[in-house]
Design a protein around this ligand. Structure first.
Ligand SMILES: [Fe+2]
Ligand SMILES: [Fe+2]
Length: 238
């Protein structure tokens, strides 16, 4: 990354960079909130909720949890790609610095989900709409659209879902992981809001219009994703 450029910025440079104070605050916050996959109580508590009952019922319940974990793994795999794209295209050194933490966070989330999916019995069916949403975000034309879709939109919407999963999986690795991810995505969303605000201050009408169009394109796919259930669950009518 452009460290010399950053050093220049940090010094009493020609232009005022105080617009980026918010972004830098989230950089500091992200560094402080960093955790490790090994911090979770692997092997001490169950990976996902355990039930009593007939083998069919157990298998069915476990398939549903595998599906929950698989979708989150899928989402974080897309998030790593998005984060590294944001890191490489963001022109502002403060934002680049912040994005180093986003790349690390999303990579760590993926590592944790991979370990959890293995402990829960393996991958389930992928949600095709989530892949569509990922592709649309990765292919978005402008930085303003990418920051908006990834950080302002998704990383805000995912937080209540993490809280819901955590409430339904007390005493498991899944609960702990979802609570950590809700905190991390709160930081990711806050940083995106702070950066998007600066970007839009300097954006023209055309960029702003494209942003609204991108949101409209995503919404129907997002609804499909919200309603999607794996084939197994559809068979059981859950
Ligand atoms: Fe994540
Ligand atoms: Fe995130």
């Amino acid at each position: 990354m452009a460290t010399d450029q950053l050093a220049e910025t940090a010094g009493a440079g020609a232009d005022d960079r105080s617009d980026f104070d918010g972004v830098l605050r989230f950089y500091t916050l992200a560094k402080r909130a960093e955790w490790q996959v090994r911090d979770l109580a692997w092997g001490e508590i169950p990976p996902v909720p355990q039930y009593k009952g007939s083998p069919q019922k157990l298998a069915r319940r476990n398939d549903l949890w595998r599906s929950v974990v698989t979708q989150q793994l899928q989402a974080d795999e897309i998030a790593v790609e998005m984060a590294s794209q944001l890191f490489s295209i963001a022109p502002d050194p403060e934002a680049k610095l912040y994005y180093t933490t986003l790349v690390q966070d999303e990579a760590r989330h993926t590592e944790a989900w991979l370990k959890l999916v293995a402990e829960a019995g393996g991958m389930a069916e992928r949600d095709p709409y989530l892949d569509d949403l990922g592709r649309m975000t990765l292919d978005a034309d402008t930085l303003e659209e990418k920051v908006f879709l990834m950080q302002v939109f998704y990383e805000r919407l995912i937080i209540p879902r993490f809280r819901l999963i955590a409430r339904s999986s007390r005493g498991t690795i899944l609960e702990d992981l979802c609570n950590r991810l809700a905190v991390d995505d709160g930081i990711h969303h806050g940083a995106g809001m702070a950066y998007e605000r600066v970007l839009l201050m300097h954006a023209g009408d055309r960029t702003k219009r494209k942003l609204v169009q991108a949101a409209h394109r995503m919404l129907p796919v997002f609804v499909e994703h919200s309603l999607w259930r794996p084939k197994a669950a559809r068979r059981w009518g859950t």
